[in-house]
Write a protein that binds this ligand. Structure first.
Ligand SMILES: Nc1ncnc2c1ncn2[C@@H]1O[C@H](COP(=O)(O)OP(=O)(O)OP(=O)(O)O)[C@@H](O)[C@H]1O
Ligand SMILES: [Mg+2]
Length: 549
């Protein structure tokens, strides 16, 4: 019967050997288990093994690195729509729970329909598992799966894994005291009404052990209201203030987000109609015309012609994801345009982030915004290079005025005795007093004395009804002309939540409630400082004692 066109049948020994080899591979690598054993329903209604796509592979590569370092998995995933993120998180959690003993996993989604969809996904994983990989299962009648011997009598001797997966909707999820969770998946966290409270109890229940994992994933939902917790978690992760690693998945990672042209004619015509945004995106993200064609189609057909909505649902950059709902003083397009400048620091000087080494031939300006009260606000420093407009150093932290003065001196001295422009409102006075005997290149403002009718110089920048709009307008002009290149993602993010306010002590503008603007104010101060600096280095430059006044 063995015709030459048919595959030769395997002998039983060969089959056993193959199975043992598959089991060995799956044991060694969770990705192999996922790709060999877990099945999904695709968008075009097929049931196939889950072969990781580009976005899923990106996430999984980061997980592998964390596991290799023996670290717990703590991830925030900021994503575009329909990239397969829920599927991957589910698969990862299923792999842990259906293969290891005494594992508790909790999955929380934002609405009942998503909870049902995630439960159905996990059921399919189980139902289509190969026999050798199928653990005993007790029941799945509620939104949970218990991997345990279903036979009550036999359970004492042969209990099974004693592991469970619970799937709940955010508003109904309860995490009681005394519960231990090993794996947690929060789906569409930016849409939960109770994210802050729920995550507080979830995080208490997860031990800080290498075999635990937390995945918080969402498309953005602005930075206020329900979206606030997720926005803050993303910002804190960027600033290194929490233990979560941020993964951003732009829309163009998905191969299927591409639309072919009907012919060359249409393609050429399309290429002639690209606007500035499309041209920039094409270059910065190396996009094909087909991808941009899909983008135009999706704006019309998926988000009803609303570009801002498209950017929120299908962002190309982190800024875009959140900026859609911004009522920022700074025009959105200037904020987004800064995305091309942000970069990781090359090193730290204590906790000062350095993005570029000082160039001995360049002048630098340092802006310092002292916090208004210890325990609430951050103090911030930004350093700009006069010749390039690039941010070369930054610092953010909660620090007392005398120590902040030391930090300013340390950073300024590194950058060729930068001109330090320190805001003296509130705690700033204490900072300038601590600094003045220690560091000489301090910005001085002109003060007009009404009594004597004379002008005099005083140390530090005073923010007032007059100077604040000036400082903000100059900064906006610098952004508009691409003269400013910010390195710090935190500063760029603070621009989105810098809004008009009617609080008199903030002179019409400041951080939206619950948000911060310290890094941004320090950048604006540094930008003012640049105006004071000569653009060319004098032929004979003195050393550390150089004064510009
Ligand atoms: N690797 C893959 N190959 C093929 N199809 C996949 C893959 N991963 C997920 N899918 C399918 O893509 C669709 C979207 O997946 P999923 O719901 O996980 O994405 P998501 O990013 O969470 O989407 P949403 O933005 O709606 O929350 C589902 O139909 C899923 O089965
Ligand atoms: Mg999802």
């Amino acid at each position: 019967m063995n015709k030459s066109s048919e595959k030769p049948e395997k002998n039983p020994l060969q089959m056993v050997n193959d199975l043992i080899e598959t089991m060995r591979i799956c044991d060694a690598d969770p990705q192999e288990f996922i790709e060999h054993c877990l099945s999904i329903k695709t968008k075009n209604q097929q049931t196939v093994l889950l072969h990781l796509n580009t976005a899923q592979t990106m996430i999984h590569d980061r997980i592998k690195k964390l596991r290799a370092l023996g670290k717990p998995i703590r991830m925030i995933i900021l994503k575009a729509r329909q990239e397969g993120v829920s599927t991957l998180c589910e698969a990862l959690i299923f792999e842990r729970t259906a293969r290891f003993e005494n594992t508790n996993s909790l999955i929380v989604a934002h609405e009942p329909e998503s909870t049902d969809a995630i439960f159905a996904m996990s059921k399919l994983f189980y139902d289509l598992l190969p026999k050798w990989a199928k653990p005993m299962r007790r029941y799945d009648n509620k939104k949970q799966m218990v991997f345990e011997n279903p036979d009550e009598k036999a359970r004492a001797k042969d209990p099974g894994l004693r592991s469970r997966m619970v799937i709940a909707t955010a508003e109904k999820a309860k995490v009681g005291r005394g519960l231990t969770i090993h794996n947690f998946h929060g789906s569409e966290v930016a849409f939960w009404k109770n994210a802050k409270e729920l995550m507080l109890s979830v995080l208490q229940a997860i031990p800080n052990l290498p075999n635990t994992s937390v995945f918080l994933e969402s498309t953005a939902n602005g930075f206020g209201g329900d979206g606030e917790y997720f926005y803050k978690a993303v910002q804190d992760s960027i600033a290194g203030k929490n233990e979560f690693e941020l993964i951003f998945l732009p829309w163009h990672l998905m191969d299927e987000y591409s639309l072919a042209f009907t012919g060359d004619k249409e393609k050429i015509k399309f290429s002639e109609t690209l606007d500035e945004y499309e041209k920039n995106l094409k270059t910065s993200a190396k996009l094909s015309l087909e991808q941009l064609n899909w983008r135009r189609w999706a704006i019309q057909n998926l988000t009803g012609g609303d570009i801002e909505k498209f950017k929120q649902e299908y962002p190309a950059t982190i800024e875009e994801a959140f900026v859609a709902s911004s009522k920022s003083v700074i025009p959105k397009q200037y904020i987004e345009a800064q995305g091309k400048f942000t970069r990781a620091p090359i090193r730290k000087l204590d906790d000062i982030l350095i993005y570029e080494e000082p160039n001995p031939k360049h002048f630098y300006s340092l802006g310092a915004d002292p916090s208004e009260g210890i325990g609430q606000d951050d103090s911030a420093i930004t350093i700009f290079d006069k010749m390039t407009g690039r941010e070369v150093g930054s610092y953010i932290g909660q620090i007392q005025p005398d120590l902040f003065a030391k930090k300013i001196k340390q950073a300024a001295e590194l950058f060729n005795d930068a001109l330090a422009i320190v805001e003296i409102n509130n705690h700033g006075l204490a900072v300038i007093n601590a600094l003045k005997g220690e560091y000489s290149n301090l910005y001085q403002r002109t003060v007009f004395d009404k009594h004597t009718n004379t002008k005099r110089k005083e140390l530090g920048w005073k923010t007032s009804q007059t100077t604040k709009p000036l400082m903000v307008d100059d900064f906006i002009a610098g952004l508009r002309d691409d003269d400013i290149g910010l390195s710090s993602q935190t500063t760029v993010s603070q621009m989105m939540t810098f809004v008009h306010t009617n609080e008199s002590n903030r002179y019409g503008m400041g951080a939206e409630s619950g948000q911060k603007d310290d890094a941004l104010i320090s950048a604006m101060l540094a930008w003012q400082g640049l105006k004071e600096l000569p653009s060319e280095m004098p032929m004979q430059r003195k050393g550390r004692s150089m004064k510009l006044y």
